[in-house]
Design a protein around this ligand. Structure first.
Ligand SMILES: Nc1nc2c(ncn2[C@@H]2O[C@H](COP(=O)(O)OP(=O)(O)OP(=O)(O)O)[C@@H](O)[C@H]2O)c(=O)[nH]1
Ligand SMILES: [Mg+2]
Length: 321
């Protein structure tokens, strides 16, 4: 295993792919691996890209890759699809037309579905980011389909978040999902070749003007990813946001928040597994459930009893029987 980490740090692509699979599948050695990797992380800049299915995220990523590489930076892409049971390379050809990039050693592309990641897709994504970070990628792009919680979760992992919208056609953007306005650092109005792009752009700008978005006011950029329009401007906006995050101290602040959340999560995870290992070992859990169902016991004192029996929780006076 240490061999694998050494290979990763040495720039071995197969080691990177293998390590991502291990974290994705909740391998028993995962904690140890992530621990070894951790000192080598913190250098990559993570950009989240979210938007409705088919809004053009992958097409934009495709163009962005070219610009990022032109700037001499290395890049990793993780395409997260919470609706897909596939992971690994299987779905790549489908979702990202990256033939141009497949041979570029400085681009690493990976897709992740719900399969395997028992600890949750957002957790698996976070861990995959760590692997690519240690692998030495300068920029990591995370593409997520905007369905439900996933676009909100992405913000917790990304340093900059790009929200991809498309011209609303007849609809007003008033119908765009709540929460989207809050998470975007940059808006791309993609498919700007379609009718309604101007109107959508104006409406988003009006909504942004109404809310106080100091000190960073998200720019709204029209793009046409089929003909490479607006992509340079988009990449510049992303770089400008990064500068803002770095110079204002905001980057350090959100990364500190992230560490706080991860540490809390990790402690809770350890406590939970420890408790349940012991509780399940010591007690007839199913019997207790039956007792509660038939009102012979109640869940309140039973839970306190459970913990008291493994000496985890001291029952206060008046609690329990
Ligand atoms: N007219 C037009 N079509 C576009 C544009 N960008 C992308 N498309 C088309 O929209 C479709 C979806 O593009 P993708 O890049 O796969 O979109 P996506 O958001 O990655 O899709 P999912 O990953 O499935 O959610 C493709 O058929 C693209 O050719 C654009 O700027 N204009
Ligand atoms: Mg896509």
């Amino acid at each position: 295993m240490q061999q694998l980490v050494a290979e990763l740090l040495d720039g071995n692509r197969r080691a990177a792919a293998r390590l991502i699979s291990l974290v994705e599948n909740d391998d028993p050695q995962k904690r140890e691996l992530l621990k070894d990797i951790y000192p080598h992380t913190g250098k990559a800049y993570v950009i989240g890209i979210t938007g409705a299915p088919g809004s053009g995220k992958s097409s934009l990523v495709d163009w962005l890759l070219k610009l990022i590489r032109k700037d001499g930076l290395t890049v990793g892409v993780i395409a997260v699809d919470p609706t897909s049971p596939f992971s690994g390379g299987a779905i790549l050809g489908d979702r990202i037309r990256m033939q141009d990039h497949a041979l570029d050693q400085d681009i690493f592309i990976r897709s992740m579905g719900t399969r395997g990641s028992l600890g949750g897709l957002s957790r698996a994504t976070r861990e995959a980011i760590q692997v690519l970070d240690a692998f030495g990628k300068d920029i990591i792009l995370i593409e997520t389909v905007g369905v439900g919680q996933s676009e909100v979760d992405i913000v917790k992992t990304a340093d900059s978040t790009l929200v991809v919208l498309t011209p609303a056609g007849g609809d007003s953007v008033q119908t765009i999902k709540a929460g989207i306005m809050e998470i975007a650092d940059i808006f791309a109005i993609n498919k700007a070749d379609l009718p309604g792009a101007e109107r959508t752009t104006t409406e988003i700008n009006l909504m942004l003007d109404m809310k106080n978005s100091e000190p960073w006011r998200p720019p709204v950029i029209q793009t046409v990813s089929v003909s490479n329009e607006g992509i340079e401007e988009l990449w510049q906006a992303l770089q400008k946001h990064r500068e803002h995050m770095e110079n204002s101290g905001r980057l350090l602040e959100i990364r500190r928040e992230r560490v706080k959340r991860e540490l809390t999560e990790q402690v809770e995870y350890l406590v939970k597994t420890k408790i349940w290992d012991e509780v399940k070992e010591n007690l007839e859990f199913d019997d207790l459930v039956e007792n509660i169902v038939h009102r012979r016991q109640d869940p309140y004192s039973t839970s306190a009893d459970l913990l008291a029996q493994i000496n985890f929780y001291d029952r206060g006076p008046g609690e329990g029987d």
